[in-house]
Unconditional design. Structure first.
Lengths: 136, 162
């Protein structure tokens, strides 16, 4: 048991290290899209910058405590002459594991001006509860 | 999906933390002429603290125009300024903070990018008909149409919403 738990810790540690490596070195490709996530007692809020996408190009999927975002951005025709080309194109897929399960029926996603906001209410058992302490 | 890293990771939690080199982030320089009024001082401090990022840009040459596409997620047509003068193109987009449905007390648990204004400048070598430059902003992408010509004069460009 202890050994398994330690392996889990080690793996998480490695993941963190790898994340740091990829996210932290200038010029390297980072996971796309970059995500910001917030949490309060009832919900998680995930945000990603996806300029040039419409909701039809995106797929947001929630299973248990995993949030997946997939999408595709088409590039301009190959025959045009690029003087500068920095905007990424093609297909991406990214999955992150949230700290707790969410209620998939109540997930809402909004795309506005190229910013995707996903509201993920926590599953009933994962919500923070205020516990009343009874006096003896 | 290949996306060039542009140094926007790890900066969403606080305003002044995280390693950011000059190439990754362009912070507005405080004004050179300082005045004594408290208002101006406050404005200068606010400007100095405002984070500014370089948008990723494609520049495409078509037979009759140059097309500039800039990824500016979170900006809006009303908050983008474009100036073109003497071959110098300046794009500036102000991004207002967004909280959405998130309550103010929500704690950040993943921070991979920072939110701030967008600024980019280019020197355009080709003669541009500045009278007929047009721009539109759709789904977080600014598209600028710059028709080719010999004439170069000063012009302020309106941004259409999309």
């Amino acid at each position: 048991m202890t050994r398994l738990a330690n392996m889990g810790d080690l793996r998480r540690g490695m993941d963190r290290w790898v994340d740091t490596m990829w996210g932290g070195i200038d010029g390297m490709t980072q996971a796309f899209p970059a995500l910001n996530v917030w949490e309060d007692g009832d919900s998680f809020f995930a945000e990603a910058e996806l300029p040039g996408f419409t909701m039809a190009d995106l797929e947001v999927l929630v299973v248990g405590d995993e949030l997946s975002i997939k999408g595709n951005r088409q590039h301009e025709g190959e025959e045009v002459k690029f003087h500068r080309r920095e905007r990424g194109t093609g297909t991406f897929a990214r999955t992150i594991t949230l700290p707790a399960a969410v209620n998939p029926d109540k997930v809402e996603a909004v795309l506005k001006n190229g910013v995707l906001m996903v509201m993920l209410p926590k599953a009933e058992e994962a919500r923070a509860r205020k516990i009343t302490v009874k006096s003896a | 999906m290949n996306k060039p890293a542009n140094g926007r990771q790890n900066t969403c939690c606080s305003t002044n933390r995280g390693r950011l080199s000059g190439r990754q982030i362009e912070r507005n320089q405080p004004m050179t002429t300082k005045t004594d009024t408290a208002n101006t001082q406050a404005a200068v401090e606010q400007m100095a603290n405002r984070r500014v990022y370089k948008p990723n840009v494609d520049i495409i040459e078509l037979p009759d125009e140059l097309q500039v596409l800039a990824d500016m997620p979170g900006a809006s047509a009303d908050n983008i300024d474009i100036d073109y003068e003497q071959g110098k193109l300046v794009i500036h987009g102000v991004v207002t903070p967004r909280d959405g449905d998130r309550n103010q007390k929500a704690a950040a648990i993943v921070c991979e990018y920072g939110v701030g204004d967008f600024h980019r400048e280019f020197q355009i070598g080709e003669g541009i008909d500045s009278e007929h430059i047009s721009a539109e902003f759709t789904n977080g992408v600014l598209t600028l149409h710059m028709p080719k010509s010999k004439a170069q004069s000063m012009k302020k460009i309106e941004v259409r919403g999309g």
